[in-house]
Ligand binder design. Sequence first.
Ligand SMILES: O=C(O)CCC(=O)C(=O)O
Length: 207
Amino acid sequence: MEIAPGVVHLPRCLSLEEQRILVDRCRALVDGDVPAYVPVVRGGGKMHVRMLCLGRHWNGQTYTYETTRSDFDQLPAPPLPDDFRTLAQQLARAAGMSLDPDLCILNYYDADGHMGLHQDKDESERSLAAGLPVVSVSLGDTARFLFGGLKRRDPVEARLLESGDAFVFGGPARLRYHGVSRIVPGSAPPEVGLTGRFNLTFRQYDV
Ligand SMILES: O=C(O)CCC(=O)C(=O)O
């Protein structure tokens, strides 16, 4: 479903079984040897998610990507699993776009989790200029997702992202502001076995 140029929402494109398997993988990753953590961003504010970057680490102090978590514990970013990469490629294709991701930001939201309006603009200039999309996959509790324009003050549309949904934005929409105002606690399908929400955003650092 194209909702605007370069913006495609694919509701429930993952089966419950696919969601359950992905949730188990995400849970093992965020509680693994290189665990998810709460980033402190420039200015000293704590984010309201637990974050784990795969493939490349996003440094919340410098807003750049790096191989080790120099803003936190110096551990190397775990690799992006091949099947995650394949899934994102397929979802981009289903949305009529093309992506060969080399990184994923995996966020866990508890009932109080949220994320302020921001642009995803820390990938390379070439990747942004090419409009290579961000592929977002939602699992677990529903999120009230905010999607704005290219300027922070542009009007913002609220859209519910449910478990198993993909949301893809690229081309002219690649730098549109977005965020999550709140989570709907207890809304996850029981079959996926998750309290809270995982969100995976796949990106391609360079062309
Ligand atoms: O959780 C979401 O749906 C959005 C996540 C996001 O905006 C990000 O990781 O940059």
